[in-house]
Structures are given as structure tokens and as C-alpha cells.
Design a protein around this ligand. Structure first.
Ligand SMILES: Nc1ncnc2c1ncn2[C@@H]1O[C@H](COP(=O)(O)OP(=O)(O)OP(=O)(O)O)[C@@H](O)[C@H]1O
Ligand SMILES: [Mg+2]
Length: 374
């Protein structure tokens, strides 16, 4: 008989089992409800999107209008404008009077709803004003501002992967344009992203338009004991005994939500009724094998040789002084200036970080992989 595996690798739906984050949910919902914006960041796959979705769900239950968009791979100014407009139409469609206001205010795009093959309705939008570039973006931002004024409910706008605008050619002017309208509007924003350095600098460097526009909100790892308790429950609720091995599972996954889910999923799928240390070990081997392509192709392959060598050196030996003579010699690293620029690149990609004055890898499972492979 097929059994339902309780562990999931994707963004968690709001009704899926969810470990803790009670404090974060309360704080962020409080910000959104009172019109305060927040910049929410953590390393990759630590649960930001799942968390902020829940926060918006809570806000929605309280009567707020919650708009959500994603700037992942955003490729132009027009694209930013269109993603924002589409998100507003999608959310306001829930309520006739909101939707009418949205249509009457956002004039630069027209929404088109069509039945989709799955039986639902899909929304696309078509440009309607002939405006492009900054004229279009200003138009959309201006209408958003007006719309937030006319709607009688608090408006919260969640922009996932917000830092992606920094990769666009005209990023400085885009930041300045967005800021002009965002600071005037009644709506609150959640700016969410995983390239922490890029996102953090955007909001914390004095010279940048978004300087102090939002509360800094780092999302930290969930406590080991909380995770272990939650995992044990998931196994138990689905007919598998795991006992204290849940603690080992959390350790192997370095308390990282994605790896916790993945290791849980793999262990569950090869367990009959009782999880054992051997099964867990096998699941861990399976996990590294299945992540290998991501580690090699997405993390390592795009790096310049100097960056790659430094990353592997740091995985094997975390250090406060990667420029020290003996460290450089031991790890066969290049000239000082090359190491310095490699450090900046690895920090920008969020592959390494400073932890208590020491350079370490952000993704500890990746670190384990590098240690065991190179
Ligand atoms: N509170 C939680 N309890 C259990 N699992 C969680 C929790 N939050 C997130 N996860 C799991 O962690 C993984 C990453 O979640 P999510 O996509 O929300 O993170 P993210 O930080 O937005 O990732 P990315 O950096 O890729 O955008 C998913 O497998 C999800 O199921
Ligand atoms: Mg995300």
C-alpha cells in the first residue's frame, strides 16, 4: 500500500505541517498590519518564502490585501512593471470592488483571464498605454500608490527575490524610482531574498535609495530541539517510529530546513516501521548523491578556478586569515589580490560568510560534500 510521505521539498503550502516560526510569524504579521516594511533574508532554502506566505495568509485573514510577486530572473524595467501589475490584479480579483478599483487605477496594463487546461482560470496581462521603460514603471508605481489610498484595507506587498533588480543594467535608477513611490505609499512591503549581501547592502548603505526603508529581518535556523521534535511527530503521525534518531537527522542536515525535509523524505521512503541508524546513514548518502548535480553544476561550475580553489580550501579548513602565507601555501592558492577578489565574489554569491570572525561556507551540507569529495 502506498504511504503518504510527510516531507516536502517545495515551498510549503499554508496548510502543510510547518515547524515553529511562531515568533517570526507574529512579528512579521505585526509589521505588515501596521504598515511597516521589512527586508527578510537568510541563506538559500531556509524557509523565507514559506514563512512570508504564511504571514500574508494571516494578514489576509485579518482583512488585509496581500499582493505577492517574485522578481526571480526579472529581465527588464518593463518586466518589473508587468510583474507588479499582474500581482495586483491577481490579488484584487478576490473581491469585486477591489478589482474594479484596480482596473480603474492601473491603466497601463489590461488583465485577461482565461480558462486553463487544469479547469482553473489563468491571468495574463497586456500592455495598454504604449508606455515603456521608466515611463511605464513610474506609471505602475503611481497607480499602486493611488490604489493603496483608495482601498479601505491595509495593503501588503511581498516581493520575493527582490535583490534580482541589482543585476539589471539600470539598477541604480530602478532602485531610485521604486523608492520614490514606495516611501510615499500606504502599503507595507516585504522585500525577501537569499543573496544576503546584495540585499542587505541595498537597504543599509547610506548612499543607496532604499537606505533604512525597511526593518532588517534575518531569518535564522530553527532550533535543533524544535526541529527534532517536529520530525519525530511527522514520522509518528505517518506510522513510523524514529525516536531520538530525529536528533541525528537534524545534525546531519545542519538544522537547515530544506535538508531536514530532504533527509526526512529519503529516510521515510526507505523505512518500513522503524527508522534505524543504518537507514539514516543510507538516506544521508542518497541525499549527497542526489544533491551532487546541484553542487557541481550550480555551485561549482560557474566559479572561476581561483574562486573554486578558495571555496574548497575554506570547506576543508575554515579560517580567519585566508591571506596568511602558510594557509595560501598549504592550499595552493593564487596571489593575494586574486584571493581578495575571489572572497568578494564568494560572499556576493552567498557561498561563504563571516561567522565569528572566521570565513565559513554558508551551506554546511555542501561543505560536507566538498570535504568528502575533494
Ligand atoms: N517552518 C518550516 N518547517 C519545515 N520545513 C520548512 C519550514 N520552512 C521551510 N521549510 C522547508 O524548507 C525548504 C525551503 O523552503 P522555502 O522555499 O520556503 O525557503 P526559501 O528560503 O524561500 O528558499 P530560496 O532561498 O530557495 O528562495 C522547503 O523544503 C520547505 O519545505
Ligand atoms: Mg524563496
Amino acid at each position: 500500500m502506498l504511504r503518504k510521505n510527510p516531507f516536502q521539498l517545495k515551498v510549503l503550502p499554508v496548510d502543510a505541517p510547518f515547524c515553529n516560526r511562531v515568533k517570526e510569524l507574529k512579528e512579521l504579521a505585526g509589521y505588515g498590519y501596521s504598515g511597516t516594511s521589512a527586508v527578510v533574508y537568510s541563506p538559500r532554502r531556509e524557509g523565507k518564502t514559506s514563512l512570508v506566505n504564511r504571514v500574508q495568509n494571516r494578514l489576509s485573514e485579518e482583512g488585509c490585501i496581500t499582493v505577492k510577486t517574485d522578481f526571480f530572473s526579472v529581465f527588464s524595467i518593463d518586466d518589473i512593471a508587468s510583474r507588479l501589475a499582474k500581482a495586483v490584479f491577481t490579488e484584487t480579483k478576490r473581491h469585486e470592488s477591489w478589482y474594479l478599483k484596480a482596473i480603474n487605477t492601473i491603466k497601463s496594463f489590461r488583465p485577461v483571464f482565461q480558462p486553463d487546461p487544469s479547469g482553473g482560470v489563468s491571468l495574463s496581462i497586456t500592455p495598454a498605454s504604449g508606455k515603456t521603460g521608466f515611463d511605464l514603471l513610474e506609471d505602475v508605481m503611481n497607480s499602486l500608490q493611488q490604489l493603496a489610498e483608495t482601498l479601505e484595507h491595509p495593503v501588503n506587498i511581498f516581493i520575493d527575490e527582490f535583490q534580482e533588480i541589482a543585476d539589471l543594467k539600470e539598477s541604480a535608477k530602478i532602485e531610485a524610482t521604486l523608492r520614490t513611490y514606495m516611501q510615499e505609499t500606504k502599503a507595507s512591503f516585504f522585500f525577501v531574498g537569499s543573496r544576503r549581501r546584495i540585499l542587505f547592502d541595498m537597504f543599509n548603505e547610506k548612499s543607496r535609495p532604499f537606505y533604512r526603508m525597511a526593518v532588517n529581518y534575518p531569518v535564522y535556523k530553527i532550533e535543533q530541539d524544535e526541529l527534532a521534535k517536529w520530525i519525530e511527530e511527522q514520522f509518528q503521525n505517518n506510522g513510523v517510529i524514529c525516536g531520538s534518531l530525529s536528533k541525528d537527522l537534524v545534525k546531519l542536515a545542519h538544522s537547515h530546513t530544506y535538508y531536514v525535509q530532504k533527509l526526512g523524505m529519503l529516510a521515510f521512503s526507505i523505512t518500513d516501521t522503524t527508522l534505524t541508524a543504518e537507514i539514516l546513514k543510507q538516506a544521508y548518502i542518497d541525499m549527497l548523491e542526489s544533491e551532487k548535480t546541484v553542487f557541481e553544476e550550480s555551485y561549482l561550475k560557474p566559479l572561476a578556478p581561483s574562486q573554486r580553489n578558495l571555496l574548497i580550501a575554506l570547506a576543508k579548513e575554515n579560517t580567519a586569515k585566508p591571506l596568511a602565507k602558510d594557509y595560501v601555501k598549504r592550499n595552493n592558492l593564487p596571489a593575494t589580490s586574486t584571493i581578495q577578489s575571489a572572497i568578494v565574489a564568494l560572499l556576493n554569491h552567498d557561498l561563504i560568510q563571516m561567522e565569528n570572525g572566521i570565513y565559513t561556507l554558508v551551506d554546511k551540507v555542501f561543505q560536507d560534500y566538498l570535504i568528502s569529495t575533494y
